[in-house]
Design a protein around this ligand. Sequence first.
Ligand code: BT5
Length: 336
Amino acid sequence: MAQETNLLLKMLKENKGAYVSGQQICDRMGVSRTAVWKHVNVLREMGYVIESATKKGYMLIKEPDILIYDEVEPYLKTKYIGRNYFYFNTVGSTNTQAKALPENTPEGAVVVAEEQTAGRGRTGRAWVSPKGQGIWMSLYLKPDITPQEAPRLTHVAALAVARAIKSAVGISAGIKWPNDIIIDGKKVCGILTELSAEIDAVNSVVVGIGINVNNERFPEGLKDVATSLLIERKKTMPNQNDGVVDRKALLAEVLNNFEKLYEGFLKGDFPDIIKDCKKLSVTIGRPVRVMEKGGGFDALAVDIDDRGALIVKKQDGSTEAVIAGEVSVRGVLGYV
Ligand code: BT5
């Protein structure tokens, strides 16, 4: 958004529900009345409802449901996570965008999009990201950790998302090891952590987070495995009939929670994070199928260790630590 449009938006927001005179706006922006009119129209095209009246000026009536920084910022309590904000209406993949950020980009930058046309899951799978219905975003981080430790950030992000869903929407969500957030047996969020590193040093880590917020339906192949916060809220709080779930408050809550946890992580508090992930785990105590190249095996998930590995007990009684990989859980996402 042009700086002047941004300034106009700030003035209108500060006085929401009241008129701001054209003269006041001209003075503060240092532009002509015609220019102000043009900027008002830019905002209207973005979905802002702005009333205008001769002699009175302009009044902001309603903000649109969009995730630009100005809409998210009032909810943001972070020092640096989300303070550099790259917003796209449409993008291929926010992870791809974040990975392409120049090396001098400050830690904590985020890339947010209303829609992804080539959203990605793990191992080349697709992530369905329809316009305006979810939160599709990527965090750009530069932690001083080894490349082997990078997958731990998936757990940090998963806990941040689960906590944010609880505090912003009031729904309890579970974590399916390592990267899915689950409500009532269905996936509401997926996390994709990607690493750029030398053999022994991390350059940057991109943590991609996709949350289904206001989707009302899913494409054929996803119907039985995916859900959204709106769908779940309607199920559990049928009286709360107040339209869509507030994406901007939720987005900010994810970033607020993430920063708190990330600071702890950098100080070495990962075991505490895992302890809290375990409390929300829908994997531990369940029969699982561990998928491996060229096969897999059935086991019982018994624990998550201090590195974030899933400990499974095999049928012969031996235990194995699954560091990264694909695990399906009986009773979750249709594995029976
Ligand atoms: C994931 O992969 O769950 C990671 C998803 C990460 C998405 C975010 S959005 C912002 C950022 N930019 C990106 O391009 N990606 C990240 P995985 O565990 O591999 O799961 C992928 C599988 O989830 C697919 O094969 C589908 O079965 C299912 N799926 C696809 N879209 C979904 C959706 N919207 N909701 C629930 N499940 C979905």
